[in-house]
Design a protein around this ligand. Structure first.
Ligand SMILES: NC(=O)c1ccc[n+]([C@@H]2O[C@H](COP(=O)([O-])OP(=O)(O)OC[C@H]3O[C@@H](n4cnc5c(N)ncnc54)[C@H](O)[C@@H]3O)[C@@H](O)[C@H]2O)c1
Length: 337
């Protein structure tokens, strides 16, 4: 079985990728410092508790397990928090990636799939956004990921690395095949916040910005289901192992939904009200982000299986229906979102 190191494999998307790789016969090896991830989410292979910036720990894991490739998810991913604590993001998302690249060079591990983001595009000139769109991030989170992309490209130019950069738009949903207690959709994201409101765990949704240049004034986002993201990682891995050339791919559904449409979807799926209060636009929030996913479809052969927003919201709502409310209550009391 070929070993694949998954940094951040105890997190929301990384744990799903571990499940996908295991089902295809790879040996996923998770490395995570559990800053946001959870041990219950690691179910498909061994786990090493370490920091993804710890070159010594990385070198040991990479050589002892004859790792063929790395999927690098480990990062902080809250745009709002990055506006308040930019150093935390530049350190963990950029400098940690440089340390990983150095450890890969030292140990001769040549294949990397890197989790990047639509936040690297900043405010798009038009949507849908293709991979060749200029990257001008407007948040420290986006900057930290763009800098990490630059580092990845530099190591590629040195001839020591083959890479795929995956720029996800808004990851969403949960895997209906997985135990719901093992999953963890970050609760600062819009769909969990809307559903927490529907579940009565928040008195009202904070709706940031009703005067964006969008059809209904609220921000438009492109939601891609977490199981589809995991499949794209497996396809990217096979693409690299098959000699594919290094490049970036957008991952989204290719369809934009406004925050108001998310609220409507939650009302349909849950049969409950979603009260909200309108607030000022947040710095770092572009009005509309929608992916052109043509390259991932034609080059990787990727196809998203969740196309409708209601289907995605439904998979998240089942988490509440499965009795996970106490956990959600604890999360919302912690003041997230
Ligand atoms: N969720 C989204 O919508 C989205 C969109 C675009 C890109 N991404 C990227 O996808 C990746 C995964 O995001 P997620 O939503 O699963 O977040 P998550 O917080 O659930 O997962 C991140 C994981 O990385 C671990 N981690 C963080 N820093 C670490 C470090 N220095 N060393 C070891 N482990 C560390 C955390 O403990 C956690 O398990 C991130 O790189 C994020 O930037 C996410």
């Amino acid at each position: 079985m070929e070993g694949v190191l998954i940094t951040g494999g105890a997190g929301y998307i990384g744990s799903q990728a571990a499940k996908e790789l295991r089902s295809l016969g790879y040996q996923p090896i998770v490395l995570d410092n559990f800053s946001t991830g959870r041990l219950e989410s690691v179910q498909w292979g061994p786990v090493i508790e370490a920091d993804a910036g710890d070159k010594k720990a990385l070198s040991e894991v990479l050589t002892e397990n004859q790792v063929k490739a790395v999927l690098h998810f480990a990062a902080f991913a809250d745009v709002g928090e990055s506006m308040r604590e930019p150093g935390k993001y530049l350190q963990n998302n950029y400098l940690t990636t440089v340390a990983l690249l150095e450890a890969m060079e030292k140990t001769g591990v040549r294949n990397l799939v890197f989790s990047s983001t639509c936040a690297t595009y900043g405010v798009p000139r038009s949507v849908p956004v293709s991979e060749s769109h200029p990257q001008r991030p407007i948040s420290p989170y986006g900057q930290s990921k763009l800098l990490a992309e630059v580092a990845v490209r530099e190591f590629g130019l040195r001839g020591v690395l083959n890479w795929v950069v995956l720029r996800y738009f808004n990851a969403a949903g949960l895997d209906p095949e997985r135990d719901y207690s093992s999953q963890n959709e970050p609760d600062f994201r819009i769909i969990p916040r809307v559903l927490q409101t529907a579940a009565g765990l928040r008195p009202a949704l904070d709706l940031y910005g009703e005067n964006h240049e969008t059809p209904d004034g609220t921000a438009v986002r492109d939601f891609v289901h977490v199981t589809d993201l995991a499949k794209a990682h497996a396809l990217s891995l096979e693409y690299l192992l098959g000699g594919g050339e290094s490049r970036a791919f957008n991952l989204g559904s290719g369809h934009g939904y406004s925050v108001r449409e998310v609220i409507e979807s939650a009302r349909r799926v849950t049969g409950r009200q979603v009260p909200y209060r309108g607030l000022e636009r947040r710095l770092g929030d572009p009005p509309a982000l929608v992916a052109d996913i043509g390259a991932a479809e034609s080059v990787l052969g990727w196809k998203s299986s969740y196309r409708e927003l209601d289907e995605i919201v439904e998979t998240s709502w089942r988490w509440y229906a499965a009795g996970m409310e106490p956990q959600a209550a604890a999360l919302s009391q912690a003041g997230n979102g």
